[in-house]
Ligand binder design. Sequence first.
Ligand SMILES: Cc1cc2nc3c(=O)[nH]c(=O)nc-3n(C[C@H](O)[C@H](O)[C@H](O)COP(=O)(O)OP(=O)(O)OC[C@H]3O[C@@H](n4cnc5c(N)ncnc54)[C@H](O)[C@@H]3O)c2cc1C
Length: 339
Amino acid sequence: MQFPAELGLQADADLRHYNTLGVPARARYLTVVNSTTLLTQALQFAHEANLAVLVLGQGSNTVLTRDFDGLVIHNQLRGVDVIQETDSYVELRVAAGENWHQFVSFAVTKHWYGVENLALIPGLVGAAPIQNIGAYGVEVKDVITAVEYVDRTTLAIQTLSNDACQFAYRDSVFKNALCDATVITAVQIRLNKRAALNLDYPALADQAGKQPSLESVFDAVCRIRTQKLPDPAAIPNAGSFFKNPVVTTEHHQRLKSQFPDLIGFATDDGYKLAAGWLIDQAGWKNKEISGVRVHRQQALVVINPSNRSGADVMALAAAIQQDIVRIYDVQLEVEPRIY
Ligand SMILES: Cc1cc2nc3c(=O)[nH]c(=O)nc-3n(C[C@H](O)[C@H](O)[C@H](O)COP(=O)(O)OP(=O)(O)OC[C@H]3O[C@@H](n4cnc5c(N)ncnc54)[C@H](O)[C@@H]3O)c2cc1C
């Protein structure tokens, strides 16, 4: 098989710097693409060479449990374009390789409302719709109008409307019917030009000042997150390792009588429990197995300070899951994608 020179393929590539857990996995091939033409060529090459494909942004929601025997495509498609503008809103086409936080900062400088609560979430724009990133009462589905992607099999460029993306809590069609079937190339986002702040989250309302503004909310989100969450550049981690589980009303009542401090919020399907509280109360904070540890301040975050393997990371996660079933009869679901 002839390697197309323009793909700049790296063989036996080290992926340690392509995942924020710092797992030392390797890829048979790695290519960095900065145009849809190169992306299509890379997919074509993988197809002809019968190679599995893994798309990686910053790898901040990914656990690599083994070397990847295929082609890793690191996405660096860049550009932010205005596609429509009125007195009340602006609609943008943001390329998938843009850094999410830099895009949020840009929107705040332009005085556009809608993504400020999502400041400092690591990763690239192209991954944001995959798990419908969310924080402080806002989810990215609230601002996405459409998602553009290349179909991995037909190589056709497609656009999906917000509705068709089937967004839900940390979920979308890209994790289900279209799982591993697309490469997202751009996200279309509509932002408000008129003041529209979301201060539903009490800690944010407290910190955003007496007369909250777009800038003060953005600053407050950055402050709270910096205090609460370890910076992956300093301590390798993948953010929240487990989703908040939803239990039935009866199950919640049972747990509440046994654990009066239990944190739970009523939802349409029952009660959503705070996974961090369950793990903390089970005594897991700062506990370590094979060099992988639960963060000492934030029980939901698994840290990998010694760059241990993805299998070691998953061994700690499995031990936590078993304990949570034993104590609360609750099954925790891992949030990052496991490969
Ligand atoms: C410290 C920390 C805090 C975090 N806080 C939050 C938070 O508050 N809320 C939240 O929702 N998440 C949070 N996360 C998780 C993470 O930041 C998001 O899920 C982010 O969107 C992942 O982006 P990424 O580029 O790193 O994706 P990656 O980890 O590279 O990829 C994630 C998945 O998407 C796929 N993928 C990536 N790009 C594309 C593409 N262009 N096309 C098709 N598939 C693609 C990958 O194959 C993989 O399956 C946090 C993570 C960390 C480390």
